[in-house]
Design a binder for this molecule. Sequence first.
Ligand code: MN
Length: 134
Amino acid sequence: MAKVLYIEDNPDNMQLVQRVITALGYQFLWAADGLTGVRMVEADQPDLILLDINLPDIDGYEVARRLRANKNHLYVPIIAITANALKGDAEMALSAGCDVYMSKPVNIRELRAHVVGFLPNTKAPAAPGQEQAI
Ligand code: MN
């Protein structure tokens, strides 16, 4: 089962995203600050990272830079999810090493599409009645 790590200090956002990720059939991990997040990437080897930018310690840009500075984490997909609406934030997230930038409030359909798109070979188990013929 693919693992998705969400680095986010807001419990309400965390719970919303947790519901989406677990409903898709993925394992959900949570880190409430940036340094814990970096440590959990080392320890848990997630297949995808969802990353808040405004965190209580190091910000999400710094988290992304630290991960990309480690050759073990050059290619793990990182989706930045942030309330920052300032011009240039998307560019900053991308130049820090994030693959995709999403703004809050989280659009559930957009989040699902990105997550499934980055984890194409780890298809979530089909719900009863939703199996598809190959
Ligand atoms: Mn935050």
